[in-house]
Design a protein around this ligand. Structure first.
Ligand SMILES: [Zn+2]
Length: 78
């Protein structure tokens, strides 16, 4: 079975360090750029009804600091 064209393109993007969806350079994630990962997170959160990560809660912290987390940071340092 020959690989699908989209898979071939995605593999080429992975090898060259770019996003497998839009082709922009990757920064923090293994397969997608930060913008695509943010969309993924929003979609999954809507589908599963999961809540946003909080300090001290279960799971790992997000790799990219969210806007509301940047506001929280000065409070932690007090
Ligand atoms: Zn992307």
């Amino acid at each position: 079975m020959t690989p699908q064209k989209g898979r071939i393109w995605a593999n080429r993007m992975l090898a060259s360090g770019r996003c497998v969806r839009c082709g922009k350079p990757r920064e923090h994630y293994m397969r997608t750029c930060d913008a695509c990962a943010k969309k993924d997170t929003a979609r999954t959160r809507k589908r599963t009804g999961s809540k946003v990560w909080r300090p001290g809660g279960p799971g790992r912290p997000p790799k990219v600091v969210r806007d509301d987390m940047a506001e929280q940071k000065p409070k932690v340092g007090e």
